[in-house]
Ligand binder design. Structure first.
Ligand code: 6DK
Ligand code: ZN
Length: 370
């Protein structure tokens, strides 16, 4: 089994500044400068753990390239691309659209490398150069809509890669699972009317974007039923997530019969994340990956590519990231996560009735997937 792994030092140089992510530092308002929530550390430290653990030796290294204008325009409008280009030319850089998503001078080049990195990882899987792949890219992408960036995202890396391999490699049916704790609104919007792209988002109910990712958002036109939303209540642990897999994700993918599975892989549903209130541990992410590998083996010769998204605790995210990459690579002697007994030993991490109630609303909607 060959697992592709893509990372580049420039991803760590994407400069989100010191506004702590949500509010500009302002001493008059008592807002102290701090690094943006979306900074390099979690990503850089996943990479360092991949190297120091020795798992790097079991991976096939892939090299990112910059996505072209043509590739970015497969998803985004000319206006969005032009705004990012213009901001990138400013001496202090710009913002991708909502004021939460800053980038430094020349920032578009790193955005192109992230999108082009996911294209390369996906192409490597589709061409059979590797069986599956993890693209550890930055800036993230799943909130970026066709006409704007938002929520720390510049370009829809995964959406661009999906459209790119569909065009160049003739891949027809693509299933997208988004397990970032925030709603995958950008990917959903891009494929809203497309019955060949199934988008499933598991997220914490109404966190970001606010008022987005409801069960009732289902796609439109020919795409009705091909957007699936599972807004999980705060406090959901392994039990609720694995039940969502068994009752929603697996049946949806079984009905859809994809040629390729893509994952928007954020680690911000982990038990220690500052931006959410979910309770996953590294073993949860390992278990979800193993289920996806089974689904990919059943439907599409194992073709599975993951695109990195959020995750904000620099101490814990690397253990979650390593667990996913080890599982992809079929590592049978994984590194032990020292925090697992602490975060995974808390009460209430098994399936709870109010989580089942959400799944009960989603399950009947899967009948519309053909
Ligand atoms: N802001 C991401 O992890 C980005 O999904 C998450 C962005 C969350 C911003 C924090 C937040 C609000 C909430 C309500 C109203 C306004 C702003 F894209 C990824 F990086 F992956 O909750
Ligand atoms: Zn997120």
């Amino acid at each position: 089994m060959a697992t592709g792994y893509l990372y580049h030092e420039l991803f760590g140089w994407h400069d989100t500044g010191t506004n702590a992510g949500l509010f500009p530092a302002d001493h008059r308002a008592g807002i102290q400068p701090f690094q943006h929530f979306e900074n390099a550390e979690t990503k850089r430290r996943i990479h360092e753990l991949v190297v120091v653990s020795g798992v790097i030796d079991r991976l096939t290294r892939l090299e990112p390239r910059k996505a072209t204008d043509e590739e970015i325009l497969l998803v985004h409008t000319e206006e969005h691309l032009a705004r990012i280009e213009a901001g990138s030319e400013q001496p202090k850089g710009g913002d991708s659209g909502d004021g939460l998503s800053p980038f430094g001078p020349g920032g578009i080049e790193i955005g192109r490398l992230a999108a082009g990195g996911m294209i390369e990882a996906t192409a490597a899987v589709v061409e059979g150069r590797v069986d599956n792949a993890y693209a550890l890219i930055r800036p993230p992408g799943h909130h970026a809509e066709p006409d704007t960036g938002m929520g720390f995202c510049m370009f829809g890396n995964l959406a661009i890669a999906a459209r790119a391999v569909r065009r160049t490699h003739g891949v027809e049916r693509i299933a997208v699972l988004d397990w970032d704790v925030h709603h995958g609104n950008g990917t959903q919007k891009t494929f809203w009317e497309d019955p060949d792209t199934l988008t499933i988002s598991l997220h914490q109910d109404r966190v970001f974007p606010p008022d987005s990712g409801h069960v009732t958002e289902r796609g439109a036109g020919a795409g009705l039923g091909y957007a699936v939303n599972v807004p999980l209540p705060p406090g959901t642990g392994t039990g609720g997530y694995l039940s969502a897999f068994d009752r929603v994700v697996a049946p949806a993918i079984d009905r859809f019969r994809p040629d390729l599975i893509l994952v928007a892989s954020g680690f911000d549903a982990n038990a220690t994340d500052p931006l959410s209130r979910q309770a996953l541990t590294s073993s949860s992410y390992r278990a979800m990956t193993e289920r996806l590998l089974d689904l990919a083996a059943t439907h599409c010769d194992g073709r599975l590519a993951m695109s990195h998204e959020g995750g904000y605790n620099p101490v814990y995210v690397p253990f979650c990231g390593l667990a996913v990459i080890e599982a992809l690579a079929g590592v049978t002697d994984p590194l032990s996560d020292p925090y697992e007994p602490i975060f995974g030993g808390m009460a209430g991490l098994d399936l709870q009735p109010h989580q089942t109630a959400v799944l009960d609303r989603v399950v009947p909607l899967l009948d519309d997937i053909h």
